[in-house]
Write a protein that binds this ligand. Sequence first.
Ligand code: F0G
Length: 443
Amino acid sequence: MRCTGCAQTIAPGELPKSFRCKLCGELYEVQYPGWSGPQHARPNPSALRWLWRERRSSLEWADRSGVWRFREMLPIVDSYSRIVSLGEGNTPLYDLPRAAERLQLMQLRAKHQGMNPTGSFKDTGMTAAISVAREQGVEWVACASTGNTSASMAAYAARAGIRSLVLVPDGEIAWGKLSQAMDYGALTLQLRTDFDGCVRVLSEVVERAPVCLLNSVNPYRVEGQKTAAFEIAEQLEWQVPDHLIVPGGNLANSSALGKGFLEMKQLGLTSRAPRISVIQAEGANPLVRSMREFGGKKLEAVRARTRASAIRIGDPASWRKAVRVIEETGGWVEQVSEAEIAVAKAEIGAEGIGCEPASAVTLAGLKKLVQQGKIGAEESVVLILTGHTLKDPNYTIQYHAGELLTAAESAALAPEIQRTRRNAIKLDASVDDVLRELERLAQ
Ligand code: F0G
């Protein structure tokens, strides 16, 4: 375990409960010293590529999982026969032909991490962290969450026979996610505060009770989440895209994907890493402000406001890691408005794919990067869609019924909203009325 702040290394057994360095307060990451040693001592790239693909036809859980079939890249458990898996990963990489045409891009794809067992990318990290927790004999796990982490943790903990404690901001998370935590049997406490308040309470609880922290400061979560990078490379026949666009909340996922791509390059599996850009909602933009106002050297917490509740985070834990990945890969940060998010979400829906609001910031942000000339027509782009459209159906229905955005929010994007809203129309049970609507739309 290496501290990402002061570079001090410790053995995994010495990790503090907070997963923060006792010397500098920064977060740890898993490091594999053998990989920087002599070439002959490192895994062979061609053999790995063959093995990883071959495992997909095996009947073993560890082989079929889109996380554990890459286990040479995350040697973090002692026994692969005892991992806790729900068959995560192996998610689709879709073309987005209509969005590509509108943006005049030749290669635009979406890696849909919402197609995981509990409907979000969190499952890829959770299988790793819960498997480690079970090996360590942990009895309770806990997280503070905007919804997806809690849904995922509750499911994996239940599978492992570990009890789970969830702290979520009352009234601030999408119903689909809250229902999942309850369904999977977590002790689900809705605190009268925001996400950042839940994190503060949990950090005290972790110090005073025998619970293992499962937020993304847990370095094993990052190890699991980095495997999406391996899948993308594999799905593109080991050609890396030019750009990867990721939503930014607590800022662990952007750093996890960066770690994955940089490790592949280190081992000679690929020749380069993509530029990794992070997109935030305008009302929850602490990283954007940090980069613009302080060159990424300092971050001032904000009071977060956005309807994309998954990324309603004002004081992100992993911001330093994210800054490093953006700088190392040559990516950018951008922010998008509520109307831009809503339109982008409807466009992703109209591709027959769909995603939750937080995921749609990627397409909204891409439009801005293209407009600014940062991404060219010939370059390949992969958007990371982090959550399933069914996570937050209220948002979708309100948008199409014209009840989501205020007049002021909609003003700048009126034509786009008009184009993407599939009016939620209510009629009497009349054949003529239905035919009239059909004719109206056919014109
Ligand atoms: N997209 C979705 C759907 C999310 O649920 C999250 C984070 C993010 C993007 C941002 O990822 O935090 O790694 O930058 N959700 C967390 C949760 C915070 O509690 O479910 P990040």
